[in-house]
Design a protein around this ligand. Structure first.
Ligand code: NOJ
Length: 537
């Protein structure tokens, strides 16, 4: 049964990229009032929690992932009062609120950095990582994830500072005890305001080697090959052992409040490190991003599921993600302009696996990425720098498609949204899909409800089946009172499925294809091309 105290274990999380969800004040940028106006939609969808990408004051070098004040709301999104109201309204609808905490780096405009760069004896100097050059060059060979060296010479400070991402994002020095306390206080600040959980941005970078040693060279490099970063093993800039006690301290703070949650983002996404950080006493979960890079093949998805279902990970809460604000959307990756058949199969998989499903706004209607064609139109720093080799992340960040009106209902017709709306919003939008019982959106709603109403789908153990074909992914979810069998066809061919013995003579709980009752007899099921089913016993 669903345990209310473990909402994060049983619930479904919905990620909102606030700039793109709903604009209430006609500036072309989404905001908190806009989100409040859509809470009824989210309640109706059935989600349990909202993760908001950052809404703190930010000069937007990386659209909010460069924070200028950790204890306030950017005026473009609202105020602390509107945040309170948003939180109250969400809570009224039984929706939890997860904030994105970006504590590996701040913005160059954070007051700490403004102070720090003034002089070597400024009390804030050591809040950041400074070093002198070596032989007229950067202090070491580390490369930034957004390209180039990770070091930037600062004229005012007369030293280099470290930035693992953009130069507007200087890395904080977690080894400084005062900074460390500041970080812990930020968790307390938002917990005191009633926030239910946190998504920790790149927390596995918080600590760097104390002696700033050079990373070993790596050959062959990792894709996309063009950055210094791709040619190194990240021995000294990622995953330092000092991380673990910090996670344990964070956990203690969260546990001193009731029912709070933290999920961490590791970079790059290595399953083993994610599992270590999500072990008991540390974070509640760490993202597993493997699905973001899986090919549309049952066998690819099975590998990931196997990993998280291994006995060694029995105490770890898996998370499954098909899309987020950093990668092309699942419909862009998999549907290739076709109808939503594959997206329906993907939705069944996401919402029936053991673990926490994360839905990225718009994926419930199968939004596609907007095309990114010209450098001058690009907003994302990565795309600006590397176009055309890397186009950046604007594609998956376009406004939510609410209806067929100009600007897709995201903003008033006379407003220019910060990114263009996809031209397919005329057909693909929330309003149209709500009215169509066969739409992807209505499938999401039904599946979320099934997951809530069926203990096996919500809390059951998972065991994978080998059906001797690489096209099919099949598993059971079982609790003492119920067994469900989930079977997904990733191919364009029909397959006859011999039902596992304990699922014979079961009933069809759900199919992506309507009116197929005749496909089921007591021992077999004729699975159609791109069909996904759930049987119940
Ligand atoms: C990971 C976030 O998901 C991404 O959007 C951001 O650019 C980097 N961290 C830096 O904060």
């Amino acid at each position: 049964m669903t345990n209310q105290n473990l909402w994060w274990k049983h619930g479904v999380v919905y990620q909102i990229y606030p700039r793109s969800f709903m604009d209430s004040n006609a500036d072309g940028i989404g905001d908190l009032e806009g989100i409040i106006s859509k809470l009824d939609y989210l309640q109706d969808l059935g989600i349990d929690a909202i993760w908001l990408s950052p809404i703190y004051p930010s000069p937007d070098a990386d659209f909010g992932y460069d924070v200028a004040d950790y204890r306030d709301i950017d005026p473009k999104f609202g105020t602390l009062e509107s945040f309170n109201r948003f939180q109250e309204e969400a809570h009224k609808r039984n929706i939890k609120v997860i904030m994105d905490l970006v504590l590996n780096h701040s913005s160059v405009e954070h007051n700490w950095f403004v102070e720090a760069r003034q002089s070597k004896d400024n009390p804030y100097r050591d809040y950041y990582i400074w070093a002198d050059g070596k032989n007229g060059k950067a202090p070491n060979n580390w490369g930034a994830i957004f390209g180039g060296s990770a070091w930037k010479w600062d004229e005012q400070a007369q030293q280099y500072y470290l930035h693992m991402f953009y130069e507007g994002q200087p890395d904080l020095n977690w080894r400084n005890p005062t900074l460390y306390q500041e970080m812990m206080d930020i968790f307390r600040f938002w917990c005191d305001r009633g926030v239910d959980g946190f998504r920790l941005d790149v927390f596995n970078l918080y600590y760097k080697d104390k002696d700033l040693r050079d990373n070993p060279r790596r050959f062959p490099p990792t894709p996309p090959f063009g950055r210094i970063y791709d040619w190194q093993d990240h021995k000294y800039d990622f995953d330092q052992p000092e991380m673990l006690p910090a996670l344990e301290d964070i956990r203690k703070i969260l546990d001193s409040y009731s029912d709070r949650y933290a999920i961490g983002e590791t970079y790059p996404e290595v399953a083993d490190t994610a599992a270590t950080y999500a072990a008991p006493g540390r974070l509640h979960a760490a993202f597993n991003f493997t699905f973001l890079h899986s090919a549309w093949k049952a066998t690819d998805f099975v590998k990931t599921i196997h990993y998280w279902e291994a006995p060694a990970h029995a105490d770890i809460q898996p998370t499954y993600v098909l899309g987020n604000h950093d990668v092309p959307r699942p419909a862009t990756r998999y549907a290739k302009g076709e109808e939503d058949a594959r997206m329906k199969v993907a939705a069944v998989m996401l919402l029936t696996l053991r673990g926490t499903p994360y839905i990225y706004y718009g994926d419930e209607i199968g939004q596609r990425d907007i095309p990114v064609r010209r450098r001058k139109d690009i907003q994302d720093p990565i795309g600006k720098r590397y176009f055309p080799f890397m186009v950046g992340r604007d594609g998956c960040r376009a406004p939510m498609q609410w209806d067929a009106s100009p600007n897709a209902g995201f903003a008033k017709a006379n407003v220019k949204p910060w990114l263009p709306v996809h031209k397919d919003h005329l057909e693909r939008n929330v309003e149209t899909q709500l009215a169509d019982p066969n739409s992807l959106l209505n499938q999401y709603k039904t599946l979320i409800k099934l997951r809530k109403d069926n203990p096996a789908l919500n809390a059951g153990n998972l065991s994978l089946f080998d059906l001797n074909t690489s096209d099919i992914l099949a598993f059971t979810r079982t609790t003492p009172e119920q067994t469900t069998f989930v079977c997904l066809n990733f191919s364009n061919k029909s397959h006859q499925i011999n039902l596992p013995e304990d699922m014979q003579a079961s009933t069809l709980l759900y199919s992506t294809h309507k009116n197929i009752q005749t496909q089921l007899d007591s021992t077999t099921y004729q699975l159609q091309a791109n069909e996904a089913i759930i049987l119940r016993k």
